[in-house]
Design a protein around this ligand. Sequence first.
Ligand SMILES: [Zn+2]
Length: 411
Amino acid sequence: MKPRDATTVRRMEHADDGSAPARSEDSLVITSFTRTLRLKVKPESYAWLNVAAMEVNTVWNWGAEVSEKAARSCTGKRKWLTGFDLCALSSGASEYFEKIGADTIQRVNCEYAMKRSTAKRIRLRWRVSRGPRRSLGWVPFKAASIKRKGKAVLFCGKTFRVFEPERLESVKWRQGCFAQEALEDWWLCLTVTVPIEESVAPLEKVGIDLGLKDIAVTSDGERCEKGRFYRGIEQKIAHAQRRGHRRQAKRLHRRAASRRRDALHKFSRQIVNQYQKIVVGDVSSPQLVKTRMAKSVLDSGWGMLKTMLQYKGQQAGRSVQIVSERDTSRTCSSCGSLTGPQGANGLRVRRWTCDRCGEWHDRDINAAKNILRRAELPASVSGNESSSLPVPPRRASSSRKAGIETARAIA
Ligand SMILES: [Zn+2]
Protein backbone atom coordinates (compact mmCIF):
# COMPACT_ATOMS: atom_id res chain seq x y z
CA MET A 1 0.00 0.00 0.00
CA LYS A 2 2.68 2.47 0.99
CA PRO A 3 4.67 2.57 -2.26
CA ARG A 4 1.50 3.06 -4.31
CA ASP A 5 0.57 6.04 -2.15
CA ALA A 6 3.99 7.49 -2.72
CA THR A 7 3.65 7.27 -6.50
CA THR A 8 0.24 8.89 -6.50
CA VAL A 9 1.58 11.72 -4.47
CA ARG A 10 4.46 12.11 -6.86
CA ARG A 11 2.16 12.06 -9.86
CA MET A 12 -0.08 14.64 -8.30
CA GLU A 13 2.89 16.87 -7.65
CA HIS A 14 3.89 16.43 -11.23
CA ALA A 15 0.43 17.35 -12.47
CA ASP A 16 0.54 20.36 -10.21
CA ASP A 17 3.80 21.47 -11.78
CA GLY A 18 2.49 21.04 -15.27
CA SER A 19 -0.67 23.02 -14.78
CA ALA A 20 1.02 25.85 -12.92
CA PRO A 21 0.53 29.09 -14.84
CA ALA A 22 3.59 30.12 -16.88
CA ARG A 23 6.50 29.71 -14.52
CA SER A 24 7.09 33.14 -13.16
CA GLU A 25 10.80 32.55 -12.45
CA ASP A 26 11.40 31.90 -16.13
CA SER A 27 10.06 35.21 -17.33
CA LEU A 28 13.04 37.05 -15.88
CA VAL A 29 12.93 40.81 -15.84
CA ILE A 30 16.27 42.05 -17.04
CA THR A 31 17.46 44.78 -14.72
CA SER A 32 21.01 45.26 -15.94
CA PHE A 33 23.37 44.49 -18.80
CA THR A 34 27.10 44.48 -19.37
CA ARG A 35 29.32 46.67 -21.47
CA THR A 36 32.96 47.66 -21.66
CA LEU A 37 34.17 50.89 -20.15
CA ARG A 38 37.37 52.23 -21.72
CA LEU A 39 39.43 54.86 -19.97
CA LYS A 40 42.73 56.26 -21.11
CA VAL A 41 45.55 55.77 -18.62
CA LYS A 42 47.76 58.76 -17.79
CA PRO A 43 51.19 58.50 -19.44
CA GLU A 44 53.08 58.34 -16.14
CA SER A 45 52.19 54.62 -15.86
CA TYR A 46 53.20 53.61 -19.39
CA ALA A 47 56.70 52.48 -18.40
CA TRP A 48 55.32 50.17 -15.71
CA LEU A 49 52.71 48.76 -18.08
CA ASN A 50 55.27 48.17 -20.82
CA VAL A 51 57.33 46.02 -18.44
CA ALA A 52 54.19 44.22 -17.23
CA ALA A 53 53.21 43.55 -20.85
CA MET A 54 56.57 41.85 -21.47
CA GLU A 55 55.96 39.64 -18.45
CA VAL A 56 52.52 38.78 -19.80
CA ASN A 57 54.15 37.83 -23.09
CA THR A 58 56.53 35.53 -21.21
CA VAL A 59 53.60 33.78 -19.54
CA TRP A 60 51.74 33.49 -22.86
CA ASN A 61 54.76 32.04 -24.66
CA TRP A 62 55.41 29.63 -21.80
CA GLY A 63 51.78 28.47 -22.07
CA ALA A 64 52.17 28.06 -25.82
CA GLU A 65 55.32 25.99 -25.41
CA VAL A 66 54.01 23.77 -22.61
CA SER A 67 50.70 23.05 -24.26
CA GLU A 68 52.32 22.31 -27.60
CA LYS A 69 54.73 19.85 -25.94
CA ALA A 70 51.85 18.16 -24.13
CA ALA A 71 49.86 17.87 -27.35
CA ARG A 72 52.78 16.51 -29.37
CA SER A 73 54.31 14.31 -26.67
CA CYS A 74 55.65 11.10 -28.20
CA THR A 75 56.56 9.31 -24.96
CA GLY A 76 53.63 9.86 -22.61
CA LYS A 77 49.96 10.31 -23.29
CA ARG A 78 49.06 13.25 -25.52
CA LYS A 79 47.02 15.86 -23.77
CA TRP A 80 45.30 19.09 -24.70
CA LEU A 81 45.98 21.29 -21.71
CA THR A 82 43.09 23.39 -20.44
CA GLY A 83 43.37 26.74 -18.72
CA PHE A 84 42.98 24.93 -15.44
CA ASP A 85 45.91 22.61 -16.24
CA LEU A 86 48.12 25.55 -17.19
CA CYS A 87 47.23 27.36 -13.98
CA ALA A 88 48.09 24.28 -11.94
CA LEU A 89 51.42 23.95 -13.73
CA SER A 90 52.29 27.59 -13.26
CA SER A 91 51.34 27.85 -9.58
CA GLY A 92 53.91 29.80 -7.62
CA ALA A 93 55.30 31.39 -10.76
CA SER A 94 54.40 34.90 -9.65
CA GLU A 95 57.50 35.16 -7.46
CA TYR A 96 59.62 35.18 -10.62
CA PHE A 97 57.82 38.21 -11.99
CA GLU A 98 58.45 41.74 -10.91
CA LYS A 99 55.16 43.41 -11.85
CA ILE A 100 52.33 40.97 -12.50
CA GLY A 101 50.67 38.75 -9.91
CA ALA A 102 49.11 35.30 -9.80
CA ASP A 103 45.69 36.48 -10.99
CA THR A 104 47.11 37.96 -14.19
CA ILE A 105 49.08 34.76 -14.84
CA GLN A 106 45.91 32.74 -14.41
CA ARG A 107 43.94 34.95 -16.74
CA VAL A 108 46.65 34.79 -19.40
CA ASN A 109 46.68 30.99 -19.12
CA CYS A 110 42.92 30.69 -19.36
CA GLU A 111 42.78 33.11 -22.26
CA TYR A 112 45.51 31.17 -24.08
CA ALA A 113 43.79 27.82 -23.58
CA MET A 114 40.43 29.24 -24.66
CA LYS A 115 41.76 30.94 -27.77
CA ARG A 116 43.79 27.90 -28.74
CA SER A 117 40.84 25.58 -28.51
CA THR A 118 38.61 28.03 -30.41
CA ALA A 119 41.21 28.33 -33.16
CA LYS A 120 41.65 24.51 -33.12
CA ARG A 121 45.39 24.87 -33.50
CA ILE A 122 48.22 23.14 -31.74
CA ARG A 123 49.88 26.43 -30.90
CA LEU A 124 48.97 30.09 -31.22
CA ARG A 125 51.37 32.77 -32.40
CA TRP A 126 54.05 33.89 -29.96
CA ARG A 127 53.66 37.25 -28.34
CA VAL A 128 56.65 39.34 -29.33
CA SER A 129 58.04 41.88 -26.86
CA ARG A 130 60.53 43.75 -29.02
CA GLY A 131 61.22 44.80 -32.57
CA PRO A 132 58.97 45.90 -35.40
CA ARG A 133 56.61 42.93 -35.04
CA ARG A 134 56.02 43.67 -31.37
CA SER A 135 52.61 42.59 -30.04
CA LEU A 136 50.45 45.36 -28.63
CA GLY A 137 50.58 45.32 -24.86
CA TRP A 138 47.92 43.50 -22.87
CA VAL A 139 47.70 43.01 -19.11
CA PRO A 140 44.52 41.24 -18.00
CA PHE A 141 43.30 41.01 -14.42
CA LYS A 142 40.43 39.72 -12.31
CA ALA A 143 37.78 41.88 -10.71
CA ALA A 144 39.14 41.58 -7.20
CA SER A 145 42.72 42.57 -8.04
CA ILE A 146 41.87 46.12 -9.02
CA LYS A 147 40.67 48.45 -6.29
CA ARG A 148 39.41 51.99 -6.12
CA LYS A 149 41.74 54.49 -4.53
CA GLY A 150 40.13 57.90 -4.50
CA LYS A 151 39.79 58.92 -8.11
CA ALA A 152 42.40 56.41 -9.25
CA VAL A 153 42.66 52.62 -9.19
CA LEU A 154 45.12 50.41 -7.38
CA PHE A 155 46.57 47.41 -9.20
CA CYS A 156 49.51 45.26 -8.08
CA GLY A 157 50.38 47.84 -5.43
CA LYS A 158 50.64 50.65 -7.95
CA THR A 159 48.26 53.57 -8.38
CA PHE A 160 46.94 54.21 -11.88
CA ARG A 161 45.42 57.54 -12.75
CA VAL A 162 43.06 57.74 -15.70
CA PHE A 163 41.46 60.49 -17.75
CA GLU A 164 37.77 61.12 -16.97
CA PRO A 165 37.93 59.32 -13.60
CA GLU A 166 34.33 60.36 -12.87
CA ARG A 167 33.20 57.59 -15.23
CA LEU A 168 34.52 55.09 -12.70
CA GLU A 169 32.18 56.34 -10.02
CA SER A 170 29.30 54.09 -9.07
CA VAL A 171 30.14 51.38 -11.58
CA LYS A 172 30.56 47.76 -10.63
CA TRP A 173 33.15 45.90 -12.64
CA ARG A 174 33.75 42.23 -13.19
CA GLN A 175 37.14 41.85 -14.81
CA GLY A 176 39.19 43.71 -17.35
CA CYS A 177 42.56 44.51 -18.77
CA PHE A 178 45.04 47.19 -19.59
CA ALA A 179 45.34 47.29 -23.38
CA GLN A 180 47.70 49.17 -25.63
CA GLU A 181 46.58 50.62 -28.93
CA ALA A 182 48.57 51.17 -32.11
CA LEU A 183 49.85 54.55 -30.95
CA GLU A 184 51.28 52.99 -27.80
CA ASP A 185 48.78 54.64 -25.50
CA TRP A 186 47.36 52.47 -22.75
CA TRP A 187 43.69 52.05 -21.93
CA LEU A 188 42.00 50.60 -18.91
CA CYS A 189 39.14 48.38 -20.09
CA LEU A 190 36.60 47.18 -17.56
CA THR A 191 33.59 44.93 -18.05
CA VAL A 192 30.87 46.73 -16.15
CA THR A 193 27.28 46.00 -15.21
CA VAL A 194 24.95 48.88 -16.01
CA PRO A 195 21.49 49.03 -14.46
CA ILE A 196 18.52 49.78 -16.69
CA GLU A 197 17.02 53.16 -15.88
CA GLU A 198 13.55 53.14 -17.31
CA SER A 199 12.23 56.48 -18.42
CA VAL A 200 9.55 57.62 -20.82
CA ALA A 201 10.51 59.49 -23.96
CA PRO A 202 8.53 62.55 -25.07
CA LEU A 203 7.86 61.21 -28.58
CA GLU A 204 6.31 57.90 -29.47
CA LYS A 205 8.23 56.41 -32.39
CA VAL A 206 10.76 56.98 -35.14
CA GLY A 207 12.03 55.18 -38.24
CA ILE A 208 15.68 55.54 -39.24
CA ASP A 209 17.01 55.06 -42.75
CA LEU A 210 20.73 54.41 -43.01
CA GLY A 211 22.32 55.82 -46.12
CA LEU A 212 25.54 56.85 -47.75
CA LYS A 213 24.97 60.55 -48.27
CA ASP A 214 23.85 61.13 -44.72
CA ILE A 215 24.60 58.37 -42.26
CA ALA A 216 21.06 58.34 -41.00
CA VAL A 217 17.83 60.16 -41.68
CA THR A 218 14.80 59.90 -39.40
CA SER A 219 11.17 59.78 -40.44
CA ASP A 220 10.81 63.20 -38.80
CA GLY A 221 13.45 64.61 -41.12
CA GLU A 222 16.43 64.83 -38.75
CA ARG A 223 19.77 63.98 -40.30
CA CYS A 224 23.07 62.69 -39.01
CA GLU A 225 25.37 64.20 -41.54
CA LYS A 226 28.50 62.43 -42.45
CA GLY A 227 30.64 65.42 -41.66
CA ARG A 228 33.34 63.94 -43.83
CA PHE A 229 35.17 62.35 -40.91
CA TYR A 230 37.51 60.44 -43.14
CA ARG A 231 37.25 62.01 -46.54
CA GLY A 232 38.51 65.29 -45.14
CA ILE A 233 41.77 63.87 -43.83
CA GLU A 234 42.16 61.28 -46.55
CA GLN A 235 44.66 63.34 -48.52
CA LYS A 236 46.67 64.12 -45.43
CA ILE A 237 46.82 60.41 -44.62
CA ALA A 238 47.94 59.53 -48.16
CA HIS A 239 50.56 62.23 -48.00
CA ALA A 240 51.88 61.02 -44.66
CA GLN A 241 52.01 57.43 -45.90
CA ARG A 242 53.89 58.37 -49.05
CA ARG A 243 56.50 60.17 -47.03
CA GLY A 244 56.81 57.23 -44.70
CA HIS A 245 55.39 59.04 -41.68
CA ARG A 246 53.63 56.00 -40.28
CA ARG A 247 53.04 57.45 -36.88
CA GLN A 248 51.43 60.55 -38.30
CA ALA A 249 49.22 58.46 -40.56
CA LYS A 250 48.09 56.37 -37.61
CA ARG A 251 47.32 59.51 -35.66
CA LEU A 252 45.19 60.86 -38.52
CA HIS A 253 43.31 57.58 -38.78
CA ARG A 254 42.60 57.75 -35.09
CA ARG A 255 41.40 61.32 -35.37
CA ALA A 256 38.94 60.37 -38.13
CA ALA A 257 37.68 57.42 -36.11
CA SER A 258 37.17 59.45 -32.98
CA ARG A 259 35.32 62.19 -34.84
CA ARG A 260 33.02 59.60 -36.32
CA ARG A 261 32.43 57.90 -32.99
CA ASP A 262 31.69 61.22 -31.39
CA ALA A 263 29.10 62.20 -34.02
CA LEU A 264 27.40 58.81 -33.74
CA HIS A 265 27.31 58.99 -29.95
CA LYS A 266 25.62 62.38 -30.10
CA PHE A 267 23.09 61.31 -32.69
CA SER A 268 22.17 58.04 -30.98
CA ARG A 269 21.85 59.77 -27.62
CA GLN A 270 19.52 62.35 -29.12
CA ILE A 271 17.33 59.65 -30.69
CA VAL A 272 17.14 57.56 -27.52
CA ASN A 273 16.25 60.60 -25.42
CA GLN A 274 13.48 61.62 -27.80
CA TYR A 275 11.73 58.45 -28.91
CA GLN A 276 10.18 55.47 -27.18
CA LYS A 277 10.17 53.11 -30.15
CA ILE A 278 13.09 53.10 -32.57
CA VAL A 279 13.06 51.20 -35.86
CA VAL A 280 16.21 50.84 -37.96
CA GLY A 281 16.61 49.36 -41.44
CA ASP A 282 19.01 46.44 -41.76
CA VAL A 283 21.81 47.29 -44.13
CA SER A 284 24.18 44.37 -44.35
CA SER A 285 27.48 46.21 -44.30
CA PRO A 286 29.79 43.22 -44.95
CA GLN A 287 28.14 42.69 -48.31
CA LEU A 288 28.64 46.28 -49.32
CA VAL A 289 32.22 46.41 -48.15
CA LYS A 290 33.10 44.11 -51.03
CA THR A 291 31.92 46.64 -53.58
CA ARG A 292 33.27 49.95 -54.79
CA MET A 293 31.39 51.81 -52.13
CA ALA A 294 33.59 50.23 -49.46
CA LYS A 295 35.25 53.38 -48.24
CA SER A 296 31.97 55.21 -47.85
CA VAL A 297 30.50 52.24 -46.03
CA LEU A 298 33.34 51.84 -43.57
CA ASP A 299 33.23 55.56 -43.14
CA SER A 300 29.59 55.86 -42.32
CA GLY A 301 29.71 53.40 -39.43
CA TRP A 302 26.21 51.96 -39.65
CA GLY A 303 27.11 48.98 -37.54
CA MET A 304 28.41 51.26 -34.82
CA LEU A 305 25.26 53.36 -34.90
CA LYS A 306 23.04 50.30 -34.68
CA THR A 307 25.01 48.96 -31.71
CA MET A 308 24.85 52.32 -29.96
CA LEU A 309 21.11 52.61 -30.48
CA GLN A 310 20.66 49.10 -29.17
CA TYR A 311 22.63 49.43 -25.97
CA LYS A 312 21.56 52.97 -25.19
CA GLY A 313 17.97 52.02 -25.92
CA GLN A 314 18.29 48.97 -23.70
CA GLN A 315 19.62 51.07 -20.87
CA ALA A 316 16.74 53.54 -21.12
CA GLY A 317 14.06 50.88 -21.57
CA ARG A 318 13.28 51.69 -25.22
CA SER A 319 12.18 49.26 -27.87
CA VAL A 320 14.73 49.05 -30.68
CA GLN A 321 13.71 47.04 -33.71
CA ILE A 322 15.59 46.12 -36.89
CA VAL A 323 13.54 45.57 -40.04
CA SER A 324 14.33 44.72 -43.62
CA GLU A 325 14.73 47.84 -45.69
CA ARG A 326 14.11 46.15 -49.00
CA ASP A 327 12.21 48.41 -51.39
CA THR A 328 11.77 51.07 -48.73
CA SER A 329 13.10 53.80 -50.99
CA ARG A 330 10.92 52.78 -53.94
CA THR A 331 7.67 52.60 -52.02
CA CYS A 332 5.58 55.74 -51.72
CA SER A 333 4.91 56.28 -48.03
CA SER A 334 1.53 57.88 -48.73
CA CYS A 335 -0.16 55.39 -51.05
CA GLY A 336 2.16 52.36 -50.84
CA SER A 337 2.76 51.92 -54.57
CA LEU A 338 6.22 51.20 -55.99
CA THR A 339 6.57 54.45 -57.89
CA GLY A 340 9.94 55.65 -56.55
CA PRO A 341 13.26 55.75 -58.39
CA GLN A 342 15.07 52.45 -58.84
CA GLY A 343 18.28 50.96 -60.12
CA ALA A 344 21.80 52.34 -59.91
CA ASN A 345 20.69 55.52 -61.69
CA GLY A 346 17.96 56.04 -59.16
CA LEU A 347 20.63 56.68 -56.54
CA ARG A 348 21.10 60.20 -57.82
CA VAL A 349 17.43 61.09 -57.43
CA ARG A 350 17.11 62.83 -54.09
CA ARG A 351 13.51 64.03 -54.47
CA TRP A 352 10.63 62.60 -56.46
CA THR A 353 6.89 62.80 -56.95
CA CYS A 354 4.61 59.79 -56.77
CA ASP A 355 2.82 59.12 -60.09
CA ARG A 356 -0.11 57.48 -58.36
CA CYS A 357 -1.04 59.98 -55.65
CA GLY A 358 1.03 63.01 -56.61
CA GLU A 359 2.76 63.24 -53.23
CA TRP A 360 6.20 64.90 -53.21
CA HIS A 361 8.95 62.99 -51.37
CA ASP A 362 12.46 63.43 -50.06
CA ARG A 363 13.89 60.00 -50.79
CA ASP A 364 15.55 59.45 -47.38
CA ILE A 365 12.67 60.70 -45.26
CA ASN A 366 10.26 58.63 -47.36
CA ALA A 367 12.40 55.53 -46.78
CA ALA A 368 12.54 56.21 -43.04
CA LYS A 369 8.74 56.48 -42.95
CA ASN A 370 8.44 53.13 -44.73
CA ILE A 371 10.87 51.55 -42.28
CA LEU A 372 8.78 52.80 -39.39
CA ARG A 373 5.63 51.41 -41.02
CA ARG A 374 7.22 47.97 -41.48
CA ALA A 375 7.66 47.61 -37.76
CA GLU A 376 3.98 48.36 -37.27
CA LEU A 377 2.65 45.62 -39.55
CA PRO A 378 0.60 43.05 -37.64
CA ALA A 379 2.15 39.63 -37.08
CA SER A 380 -0.01 37.96 -39.72
CA VAL A 381 1.38 40.24 -42.39
CA SER A 382 4.96 40.56 -41.28
CA GLY A 383 5.25 36.84 -40.55
CA ASN A 384 7.82 36.84 -37.80
CA GLU A 385 7.53 39.19 -34.88
CA SER A 386 11.04 39.12 -33.55
CA SER A 387 12.84 40.07 -36.72
CA SER A 388 9.85 41.77 -38.29
CA LEU A 389 9.89 41.14 -42.03
CA PRO A 390 10.99 37.65 -43.04
CA VAL A 391 12.98 38.94 -45.99
CA PRO A 392 16.61 37.84 -45.77
CA PRO A 393 19.30 40.16 -47.16
CA ARG A 394 19.73 39.36 -50.83
CA ARG A 395 22.74 37.34 -51.79
CA ALA A 396 24.08 38.14 -55.21
CA SER A 397 26.43 35.90 -57.12
CA SER A 398 28.90 38.52 -58.23
CA SER A 399 30.08 41.48 -56.23
CA ARG A 400 29.18 43.84 -59.05
CA LYS A 401 25.59 42.67 -59.00
CA ALA A 402 25.66 42.91 -55.22
CA GLY A 403 26.76 46.48 -55.50
CA ILE A 404 23.90 47.52 -57.70
CA GLU A 405 21.27 45.59 -55.82
CA THR A 406 22.25 46.75 -52.39
CA ALA A 407 22.75 50.26 -53.66
CA ARG A 408 19.13 50.16 -54.70
CA ALA A 409 18.11 48.84 -51.32
CA ILE A 410 20.04 51.52 -49.43
CA ALA A 411 19.28 54.59 -51.38
ZN1 LIG B 1 1.90 57.64 -53.76
